[in-house]
Design a protein around this ligand. Structure first.
Ligand SMILES: [Zn+2]
Ligand SMILES: [Zn+2]
Length: 146
């Protein structure tokens, strides 16, 4: 079941073999400073746009799954390795798409820093966003708190 409607966001992996469209704007956009997200994405900080699962369509598929830690499943383009999605058992119904593969990323500024306690000490992002030491699940799971 997918939510029908106009395409709002589009995106693609590094090599272009995998693309996606969404019929909604992100429910939230978050930085994640945790060690896992750094390793999964290869950057000093990760950022994700969260969508309702049914609002996202991948073509031809979401890539290769990697479930390294309990409760988290990530996908990567099977051809180029781009980090595409993350799903978290504690955030049911949402898919977190790596912000860097979203074509309209410039339109969707992050609203929160999660796992601030694991931020690289030399990384300073000058903003007034909420910073939470852990996952921030209470905030990011509830779009009304944005
Ligand atoms: Zn690719
Ligand atoms: Zn993380």
């Amino acid at each position: 079941m997918s939510i029908k409607g106009e395409t709002v966001c589009t995106g693609r992996c590094y090599c272009g073999a995998r693309t996606f469209t969404t019929t909604q704007a992100p429910q939230t956009v978050a930085y994640c400073h945790c060690d896992d997200c750094r390793r999964a994405t290869g950057g000093p900080v990760a950022a994700f746009a969260a969508f309702e699962e049914q609002a996202v369509t991948f073509t031809p598929d979401e890539g290769r799954k990697a479930a390294v830690n309990p409760g988290v499943t990530r996908t990567f383009c099977a051809d180029c390795g781009s980090s595409l999605t993350g799903r978290y058992d504690y955030l049911p119904g949402q898919v977190y798409i790596s912000l860097g593969v979203v074509d309209q990323a410039d339109d969707f500024a992050p609203r929160i820093h999660t796992h601030e306690s694991e931020r690289l000490t030399w990384l300073h992002i000058d903003d007034d966003l909420e910073r939470v030491a852990t996952s921030g699940r209470a905030t990011i799971a509830d779009p009304s708190k944005q």
